[in-house]
Design a protein around this ligand. Structure first.
Ligand SMILES: Nc1ncnc2c1ncn2[C@@H]1O[C@H](COP(=O)(O)OP(=O)(O)O)[C@@H](O)[C@H]1O
Ligand SMILES: [Mg+2]
Length: 359
């Protein structure tokens, strides 16, 4: 795709990357008549030529109907740079390449409510971070194994899972690790076996830090480890919170979104006091947002009122593309790379990285 944006710039998308090229206007030379090679996805940051930069905001073919769910008045939002949360939208810089990796920052994706977008956010935040050159490990910490399924793994066929890593001393993590189709992103899969851990761990010494111990040898190899929690505040989730540096809480923009959040923040508080003093609430992530409904906008406004700066500026809109990706067994960033949903998770990755550097 070559889009003639104006006399100075144009967009080129090859595969799934869009690069905006700025060049000095030379009289008589029409920019679009020149050909420009655009680097491939994996190492696009290394290969960018002078005068080129990666423009994630320009990479999707606008689907006006879905874009409208994020910005009811796109022109006003651009003019005033007000984000969907009603606050001024900062610019999240494009993360630079890394020359070395680790130690990992561990993020727990947590909400005891089911169906709020934990698994979807784990897969797609992970994939977007990997696109930006980060080494990512995803941990399926839900016996349902939805994260594994979402990455094309059949959990029923697995003999060794994260359950074995927790329960069997001496088992090396790379016996459990699976590579995903996304370069730089690995998976610790799980299946129904993990439900036994909840019971078996009760009698263990330091039962809350079992996952933390299991992840320790892997920290040096990754930049981000994202744990997809099960929908409960039981011992498995407490293990995830004990291992984590930060928590992301996805909230569906629906009427009961805030119900139960007090219990969750209380649990986070207790884990911080008793088990993991470093733990921080990185942010509340509004998901399944549809600005065309007053209801969705009201819920988001309430969430911002309650959590203020703890709410991510990035908001994930509601689109049928996400359920489709589960069937396809891949992240939206590869399944529908040019979709607004993919762009949203790329922006989330940039916001997460920007927050991390701001600390
Ligand atoms: N932004 C979204 N828009 C529409 N559907 C979504 C969105 N995010 C997730 N879903 C769908 O909602 C369902 C629940 O999401 P999931 O990520 O599995 O939640 P959780 O892990 O919290 O239970 C899944 O079918 C998923 O495909
Ligand atoms: Mg889930």
């Amino acid at each position: 795709m070559t889009v003639q944006a104006d006399g100075h710039s144009r967009l080129e998308a090859v595969g799934s990357v869009a690069v905006r090229t700025f060049e000095a206007r030379r009289p008589g030379v029409h920019p679009s008549t020149e050909t420009q090679s655009v680097p491939a996805m994996a190492n696009y940051e290394d290969d960018l030529q002078d005068g080129q930069f990666y423009d994630p905001d320009a990479e999707y073919e606008p689907d006006p109907e879905y874009a409208a769910t994020l910005a009811p008045d796109a022109a006003r939002q651009r003019r005033e740079r007000v984000g969907p949360t009603g606050r001024p939208l900062p610019y999240f810089p494009i993360p630079g390449p890394l020359t070395e990796h680790g130690p990992a920052k561990i993020v727990a994706m947590c909400n005891q409510k089911g169906g709020v977008g934990k698994t979807t956010s784990t897969i797609n935040l992970g994939a977007a971070l990997a696109e930006y050159g980060r080494r990512v490990l995803l941990v399926d910490f839900d016996p349902q194994g939805a994260l594994s399924v979402g990455l094309g793994v059949n959990p029923m066929e697995l003999d060794i899972t994260v359950y074995n890593l927790l329960m069997e001393r001496g088992l090396a993590a790379d016996e459990v690790l699976l590579k995903t189709a996304v370069p730089g992103m690995d998976l610790l899969p799980s299946n129904i076996d993990l439900s036994a851990a909840e019971v078996q761990l009760v009698s263990e010494v330091a039962r809350e830090s079992t996952l933390q111990r299991a992840l320790k040898p892997l920290m040096a190899d990754y930049d981000y480890i994202v744990i997809d929690c099960q929908p409960s505040l039981g011992l498995l989730t407490v293990n995830a919170l004990t291992a984590a540096h930060t928590v992301i809480v996805p909230l569906e923009c629906e009427f009961f979104a805030l119900r139960g959040v007090a219990l969750l923040t209380e649990t986070i508080e207790k884990v911080r006091e008793r088990l993991n003093p470093e733990l921080e609430l990185d942010g509340i992530l509004a998901t399944m947002y549809d600005s065309r409904t007053v209801h969705s906008r009201e819920v988001l406004a309430r969430v911002v009122e309650a959590f203020d700066d703890n709410v991510f500026h990035t908001v994930i809109g509601r689109t049928v593309r996400f359920p489709e990706t589960t069937v396809a067994g891949e992240p939206i960033t590869t399944y529908a790379s040019n979709s607004v949903g993919a762009a949203a998770y790329r922006q989330l990755a940039r916001e997460v990285l920007a927050r991390c550097h701001a600390e």
